[in-house]
Ligand binder design. Structure first.
Ligand code: M6R
Length: 614
């Protein structure tokens, strides 16, 4: 959701900004713009892709300059068009600003500025902010940094901003509250990014801003970090990043999503690294070890999350209740934060998030913390806000996930949840020893087993050919496969724009069965064990009504082979491992359908990778 880049130094800024914006495309956006300073401000903006913006730079002279800011906009206030795109410029033409987030009280500020004679050309809250900064700067006769500081004291909402003042062109000012901002520290040069990917190829030294912090980078004075609430200077913590630029490139695959699907064996290996060293050794998750006591005395565990991470949470509930015998609840963070949930001391709240920046999940964390819950976060992005706001937690280490549709991050989340469930179950004595060992053996082999599942790729691609015209899809699963049915449906919706619903298989007869006819493809997850025979009955009910059946089954299943239109086999395994495997064919099915329909797979319309506004 909105991407920010910036640079100040001695290198030509144009390529840094444009390539940086391209690296942030995965966040989702509908317009793009840059400001380049070369003794005067040059602003270019356009609706649509960054490539449209590049087309505006036919004149080489326009690309000159070594200071600039850039933005990809995901529309909130006002439609996606050239005028609403960022950077926004103050009335005097001196200050330019890029902003990610929402200024909730922009309307009242705008009214005051209108009375003072300010004019506005866009519908955005960001244009109000840049003029507020200008108004303060001029009336108090202060520099940009101080003016930003006073302006941010007045605004309510969320922001990451970078601002530039052409009357003092040696510095850039950034700030954050609720939306991410990273600063790359080079030799006499500084980079800005919504994350580190725009500057990873230039520097690995990075300062992640915390909420309520602002930064001034000045070519002479260096970097100054300030806490806005306390108005105090703080020492910046410069991290050495381990990420490589290859992590954020496609590596020969047509799309990031496909690359990430195929990376899953490696990602899960990374999730397990140091935690599951061998099936003969105890599971070692250091943050869990430190808090076994908290878990063993917990009254209740509450998972909070959104989207795909919510589906992980649901599977987490099934795993944890089975293995730990502790009551578990699963909440949409966006609902949880706005109701008045009962939270007591002794409750453990587990937020799950790939990005670690989802606004609703962050707000729900803050609320649960205030009510006295213990917060144990599960996150992918190292150093993200959710990682910092929780008491402790564990990283999934799935690696950078660029495709908007989450794939490897989900697989790592659910594999980690199962590993945690086993570790805790063993410690609490709530799991049978033989069962523990069997599942642990299978988890250890999981990366290799996933390699086998990925071999179905071409079969799944050929199955997908039959469903390019489908308008609807139904996904059914029972028990551990129900969250996977939900996730399969979400993946298809997100990238192919085909309407899809996930249902617990037995619920079909309570309504959705009315939808089934020869035009309704139904994806059924029907592996052996668990409720297999009941799901076979559901398949018969679909067949009797002419529905098309794509079944994910256990290797060697002959019964469903007779009933289904297409079968996709996964290796025989424990019923707790099966959902992790069954999900992979569903990812590939969505991918191939969307790809053959010509959809924009890595940047589906209207979607953002990290949803940093409500
Ligand atoms: O970064 P998070 O895991 O907190 O994101 C939550 C959802 O926005 C995310 O899972 C979304 O549903 C994805 N596009 C799913 O593919």
């Amino acid at each position: 959701m909105c991407g920010i880049v910036g640079y100040i130094g001695e290198k030509p800024v144009y390529d840094i900004l444009i390539n940086g914006l391209k690296k942030l495309e995965y966040r989702g956006y509908d317009s793009a713009g840059v400001m380049i300073y070369n003794n005067e401000l040059l602003i270019k903006k356009s609706k649509g892709k960054v490539s449209n913006l590049e087309n505006l730079f036919s004149n080489k002279k326009d690309k000159k300059g070594t200071i600039g800011i850039g933005h990809t906009r995901w529309a909130t206030h006002g439609p996606p068009n050239q005028v609403n795109s960022h950077p926004h410029v103050s009335n005097s033409g001196e200050i330019s600003l890029v902003h990610n987030g929402i200024i909730e009280n922009y309307d009242s500020i705008k009214k005051i500025l209108l009375k003072k004679g300010y004019t506005f050309s866009s519908d955005t809250d960001s244009e109000v902010l840049v003029n507020l900064i200008e108004d303060i700067k001029k009336s108090k006769k202060i520099k940009l940094g101080k003016a930003v500081y006073y302006a941010l004291k007045q605004v309510v909402g969320a922001y990451a901003i970078v601002a530039f003042d052409s009357t003092n062109p040696k510095e850039l000012v950034g700030a954050r509250l609720g939306s991410p901002l990273a600063i790359g520290v080079g030799e006499s040069e500084y980079y800005f990014g919504s994350d580190a990917t725009p500057f990873l190829e230039f520097t690995k030294r990075c300062v992640y801003l915390n909420d309520n912090e602002m930064v001034i980078v000045n070519l002479k004075k260096g970097l100054t970090l300030r806490e806005i609430k306390k108005d105090s200077i703080i020492d910046p913590y410069v991290q050495e990043l381990k990420q490589d630029i290859e992590d954020v490139e496609k590596g020969g695959y047509e799309h990031f999503m496909l690359k990430e699907i195929f990376e899953q064996p490696q990602s899960i290996t990374d999730t397990f690294r140091g935690r599951l060293i061998s099936p003969d050794e105890k599971i070692s998750i250091s943050s869990l070890k430190r808090h076994y006591e908290t878990f063993s005395s917990a009254n209740r565990i509450i998972f909070i999350s959104c989207g795909t991470s919510w589906h992980s949470s649901l599977l987490g509930e099934y795993f944890f209740e089975e293995l730990l015998r502790i009551p578990v609840e699963v909440e949409y963070a966006s609902e949880f934060r706005y109701r008045n949930p009962v939270i007591n001391k002794g409750d453990i709240v587990i937020p799950i998030s790939q990005s670690g920046e989802t606004a609703d999940t962050l707000a729900a964390i803050k609320m649960a913390k205030e009510k006295g819950a213990f917060l144990y976060g599960i996150c992918n992005v190292v150093g993200s806000s959710i990682a910092r706001e929780t008491h402790t937690g564990v990283y999934t280490h799935a690696g950078s996930e660029i495709g908007v549709a989450s794939t490897k991050a989900f697989s790592c989340q659910i594999s980690l949840l199962l590993l945690m469930g086993l570790a805790l179950g063993e410690k609490l004595g709530t799991i049978d020893k033989k069962r523990y060992q069997r599942i642990l053996n299978e988890l250890y082999e999981l990366p290799k087993t996933i390699e086998k599942v990925l071999k179905s790729n071409s079969l799944i691609e050929s199955i997908s050919e039959n469903y390019l015209e489908a308008a609807n899809f139904l996904y059914l699963g029972r028990g551990y496969h129900f969250p996977i049915a939900l996730e399969g449906a979400l993946k298809l919706k997100e990238i192919s724009y085909i309407h899809a619903e996930g249902y617990p298989a037995a619920e079909m007869k309570h309504g959705p069965i009315a939808l089934i006819d020869e035009n309704m493809p139904v994806v059924v997850i029907a592996t052996k064990k668990g409720n297999y025979h009941k799901v076979v009955s559901n398949i018969m009910e679909i067949k009797a009504r002419g529905g098309k059946i794509i079944a994910v089954v256990s290797e060697g299943d002959e019964e469903i082979e007779q009933l289904a239109d297409h079968i996709i086999e996964i290796p025989n395994c424990d019923e707790l491992i099966a959902p992790i495997l069954a999900n992979i064919p569903l990812q590939l099915l969505s991918y191939h359908i969307a790809n053959k329909k010509g959809c924009d797979i890595d940047q589906p319309r209207n979607l953002a990778k990290s949803v940093t506004v409500e």
